[in-house]
Design a protein around this ligand. Structure first.
Ligand code: SAH
Length: 347
């Protein structure tokens, strides 16, 4: 089945003209419906016959919202999206004063093997197509009651390693930023990576000036290898050199994600090593306490240790703040909701 949300307007026009003799203006109408996350049934200005034929051969909405959980504490919403092949991925909508940020998934599962992360427990199932990533944005945007842009910001920080699905992510960026579509500025989009250095450099040279986040969590190679196997392929120094390159090319300040795990990366020595690694780089460190995932056995740091670690960094002249943890009560951490869905409902 062809996913229509995988196409740009001109690709869709070519496809529909070539395969179904559809006129360009009709293709444009269909494209507009797809941006609204409408299924074939809803496309009222398209002939019934064409809708029927398309429904038999194509997919309109690639990621349907199957379940929604809303946090009674902060209003954060977590979505479980169902893909056409029955796989599920998740997304989180965080509501801020300036707008709504949606965190989307780029893969079903993940093969990076980070020890604290729920997304990687069963490895990589498959990559998402560009349209399947886009569809998460469009499905949630459609909840905005006709508001053209309910989702104002996007973070590629859900399940999966976006730079391990590079081509589809680039295509997604092309779709989500195009003027005929939802047209979100790359400045309002962030991509988070565990540190695939060559791809970070490739992204720096791409047409998209996104915000880049490095999930670092430890500045020592030996220790980081224990929790993040990607360090065997790309050292901390290589990842940070790629960040420096990214800043040179784009002028976008790098966000460094640092999740505190009890007793593993939260001492003064860790802060010193982190500070010397980042010295002179335009960056900001986001500190968060680990969101415990029961299968991993790892624990978050105490509140007192979070404050202490932040104090160390600030006294070393490193720009750092604690990131608000949102949606913890609804299993907001990467991969947790899908995990619960799989274990509760399909075992
Ligand atoms: N693969 C990408 C994006 C997905 S993970 C990356 O590594 O950046 C998104 C972020 O959530 C990463 O910073 C990751 O390290 C972090 N994360 C994963 N599991 C977590 C948990 N249980 N508690 C806190 N942060 C977690």
């Amino acid at each position: 089945m062809t996913i229509l949300q995988d196409f740009t307007l001109s690709e869709l026009t070519d496809y529909l003209t070539a395969n179904y003799s559809v006129k360009p203006f009709v293709a444009k109408q269909i494209f507009e419906w797809l941006v609204k996350s409408a299924d074939f049934d809803d496309m009222t200005n398209i002939s019934k016959q064409l809708r029927q034929t398309l429904a038999e051969n194509c997919i309109a909405v690639a990621a349907n919202i199957a379940e929604t959980y809303t946090s009674p504490i902060d209003g954060t919403q977590k979505f479980l999206f169902r893909l056409a092949d029955g796989n599920v991925v998740e997304g989180v909508l965080m509501k801020y004063k300036y707008g709504n940020t949606l965190c989307v998934s780029s893969q079903v599962g993940c093969r990076m093997g980070c020890k604290f992360c729920a997304s990687t427990l069963d490895g990589l199932v498959r990559n998402l197509s560009a349209g399947e990533i886009l569809s998460q944005v469009l499905s949630v945007n459609a909840l905005g009651n006709g508001k053209e842009r309910y989702v104002t910001n996007i973070v590629l920080m859900g399940s999966g390693e976006p730079l391990d699905n590079y081509d589809n992510v680039i295509k997604f960026l092309r779709l989500v930023t195009c003027v005929e579509g939802i047209n979100i500025s790359p400045r309002n989009i962030s991509l988070s990576t565990c540190g695939i250095a060559p791809k970070m450099r490739e992204l720096a040279n791409s047409e998209f000036q996104l915000n880049l986040t490095l999930s670092l969590h430890n500045a020592d190679n030996g220790e980081r290898k224990q929790i993040m196997p990607v360090t065997n392929a790309y050292s901390v120094e290589e990842a940070v050199a790629a960040c420096r390159y990214y800043f040179e090319k784009t002028g976008r300040r790098i966000i460094v994600e640092y999740t505190l795990i009890n007793g593993q990366n939260d001492t003064h020595a860790h802060a010193l090593k982190l500070a010397s690694l980042l010295r002179g780089m335009s960056s900001h460190v986001n500190i968060i306490a680990l969101n415990p995932v029961k299968e991993t056995g790892l624990k978050g740091t105490s509140e007192a240790n979070v404050k202490r670690f932040l104090g160390y960094l600030n006294s070393l002249g490193i720009s750092a703040t604690r990131r608000r943890t949102m949606g913890q009560d609804i299993e907001g951490a990467c991969g947790q909701l899908r995990r619960r869905y799989l274990t509760e409902k399909h075992d």
